[in-house]
Design a protein. Structure first.
Length: 310
């Protein structure tokens, strides 16, 4: 459930081979001997965060946050906490794939100024938290664990895969007054397709990888598609997505807004997938939404529309 292709750190070069394609070639050869083993290897690679994510998290300034380690069933999770007033409403921020909790610092400053206390955290396999791999359902389980340990929760904010985790947690019963999803990933199968295309994997190997991930999680990946999850959620939400997002296309945010009964879509232009997280106007729009100001547009839904068409 990657929000960006997990092997995108391997750059094409002017030498005689392309490392991305070399990895794909090795997986294709492995599949000749054992489709199951190749599916397992592909799933391992797909679920492994980009190298360097931990180093970036360790180098990041705490920016006034208190670092507290939280014990959850799947491992130790690093949490970052701003604002000391326990009676203040709690906002929890869920970061995206190959990112880290301190990316929430600019949101935290704005939210504290608006009277909130803020918690972000490193998902398992990321930053200071335990683990080497991650999946969307694991992202959601970790978010649920943080909410249960620190709640009650007023607001949930998530970027990219962290936005998908927010939607999943809400669909599974987590209570929050409002939610903000920034460039949310809507479809695990679209992510595996992007991954397979980048590596040059054949369709049958892509499906083998999807089946392996589903086997590990005990449920088919289609379960976490936005059009299946969003109709179950009653929490008002603002979905913010950039029209020029090259990693998680705008149509994925639009899908959330179309199928989520109480969601509105705010489209931006020119911010892409990463700069949108800390853009001051995006943050201002998010805070206005939390104050009850109508933001974005209500997307009209009909089953006759294909995904990505409004």
């Amino acid at each position: 459930m990657s929000t960006s292709t997990p092997v995108s750190f391997i750059k094409s070069t002017t030498v005689r081979f392309n490392p991305i394609k070399l990895i794909g070639a090795k997986l294709r050869v492995q599949a000749l001997f054992s489709a199951r083993a190749a599916g397992e290897s592909s799933a391992d690679l797909f679920c492994t965060p980009l190298p360097g994510t931990r180093e970036r998290a360790l180098r990041a300034e705490l920016d006034g946050a208190e670092l507290v380690m939280l014990e959850l069933p799947e491992g130790q999770v690093a949490t970052y906490r701003w604002g000391g007033k326990t009676e203040a409403p709690l906002a929890i921020f869920s970061h995206g794939w190959s990112s880290y909790g301190l990316r929430a610092a600019r949101w935290a400053r704005a939210l504290i100024g608006a009277g909130y206390r803020v918690v972000s955290f490193d998902h398992l396999g990321h930053g200071r938290s335990a683990g080497k791999r991650a999946t969307l359902p694991q992202f959601a389980r970790t978010l649920v664990g943080v909410c249960q340990a620190l709640g009650p929760v007023d607001t949930l904010i998530g970027h990219s895969l962290g936005g998908a985790a927010v939607a999943t947690a809400l669909a599974e019963g987590v209570a929050a007054r409002r939610a903000i999803l920034i460039a949310p990933a809507a479809d695990p199968l679209m992510a595996t397709e992007r991954f397979a295309r980048a590596l040059g994997l054949p369709e049958h190997l892509q499906h083998s990888m999807e089946a392996e991930i589903g086997r590990r999680e005990g449920m088919e990946m289609t379960h976490w598609q936005a059009h299946r999850m969003a109709p179950l959620i009653g929490t008002p939400a603002l979905v913010i997505h950039d029209l020029e997002d090259r990693e998680v296309g705008w149509e994925e945010g639009e899908r959330y807004a179309r199928y989520w009964p109480e969601a509105r879509l705010l489209s931006t232009a020119g911010l892409g997938h990463h700069r949108i997280v800390s853009d001051h106007q995006v943050i201002a729009s998010g805070l206005a939404f939390l104050r009850g100001v109508p933001m974005g547009e209500r997307v009209v839904s009909t089953q006759d529309l294909p995904f990505g068409t409004a």
